[in-house]
Design a protein around this ligand. Sequence first.
Ligand code: ZN
Length: 156
Amino acid sequence: MYTGKTEKPCCLCDDPGIDHRIDLPPRAIQQCKHGDAIAWQDVVGEVSIYFCSRDWETVRDLVLETGMTPLPRCNVARASFDLREDFEAFTSRTREEPDQHPIERRFWRESKRVLDGDTEYPPSDRDRVQARIVTWALSDLEAPVAETGGEPTSAE
Ligand SMILES: [Zn+2]
């Protein structure tokens, strides 16, 4: 069964003409509109949301100038992500959930680097918007990575 991600329309207005994409760790789904309908723990890999050009302008200003996250208005039904395949849920008695810590650490480190100006090239607006949304979401949702600063813990 192919469960690959497909491109979705603008998560704010459903416009199929996409201008920008933002990638998020699965935990951030909890902050999205209708996010409670998705078991974010079962998401494998990153979550992508898309914006049309008109909404992108608004989102960029909201994040970079006003300092607010757009996620509560982003419809998770228009996000793209891979779910752990359903048959696994039936055949695996242990129901092992994907480990979200590595991807959260990666997102946290990359976002911090962008926000600290520690990148090889100056970050684009898109990079800065994504970095802010990611760090806000992981901090607000009390992701372990936000406590440890993204360094591997001794438990690993
Ligand atoms: Zn739009």
